[in-house]
Design a protein around this ligand. Structure first.
Ligand code: 13P
Length: 207
């Protein structure tokens, strides 16, 4: 079932325009390690047999080449015992915003704060590098989503389903913020309102 789930959400990422071509990668934690999408295969065409099994140290157990971002997934699983699913995608509105601002920590949208909390932007590092993996895991911290400047975004969850829907929420929120920036200067919340929204966040949505 878990393997079919990886393929299902990989295809959904493409269908929802969160990736194009071979972009993006997904993984799911297992008791003995994790399963990740292979490198350079279009998510739209992914099959269960393409998936790659890795042990807890990221060592490959099958004769297939894992995603070039395997270290990014590994670093997050090492730091976050509560994370069981990770999604890396290239959502267009989110990336567009990351090109013009250095921080999107507090989206001025109630549901975004409730669903995603703080969303930090990690500085640019080379795709596939260990530097990117370490930086993203560090900037993500205890968060649910992190934007990779000039590159994409990573979302995490207690399940792959929750990590996937957090990516959808991030892009939906970025689209609204993008459109409002075209119209003028978006309004924002007070610090007190943000604190109250964060409180609701603890008891709401997918974990
Ligand atoms: P992979 O095909 O190696 O997973 O790379 C896709 C990607 O988005 C790299 O950032």
């Amino acid at each position: 079932m878990k393997l079919k789930e990886v393929v299902y959400y990989a295809k959904l990422l493409h269908k929802q325009n969160l990736v194009s071509s071979t972009d993006g990668n997904l993984s799911i934690r297992r008791d003995d390690g994790f399963v990740i999408t292979p490198t350079s295969i279009p998510k739209r065409e992914l099959k269960v047999e393409d998936l790659v099994n890795l042990d807890k140290n990221g060592k490959q157990l099958k004769n297939r080449k894992p995603s070039s971002e395997v270290n990014l997934h590994l670093e997050i699983y090492k730091r976050r015992k509560d994370v069981n699913g990770i999604v890396h995608a290239h959502p267009p509105f989110t990336i567009a915003l990351s090109l013009i601002v250095d921080s999107l920590e507090e989206f001025p949208l109630s549901e975004t704060i409730i669903t995603l909390g703080k969303v930090k932007i990690a500085p640019f590092k080379m795709p596939g590098s260990i530097e990117l993996a370490k930086e993203v895991a560090k900037v993500l911290g205890e968060g649910r989503a992190v934007i990779l400047k000039n590159h994409g975004a990573v979302t995490v969850g207690g399940s792959l389903q929750s990590a996937y829907y957090r990516m959808e929420s991030l892009e939906h929120s970025s689209k609204i913020l993008f459109l409002s920036k075209l119209l003028g200067k978006p309004s924002s919340f007070t610090k007190k309102q943000i604190l109250e929204l964060n409180k609701i966040s603890n008891n709401y949505g997918l974990k």
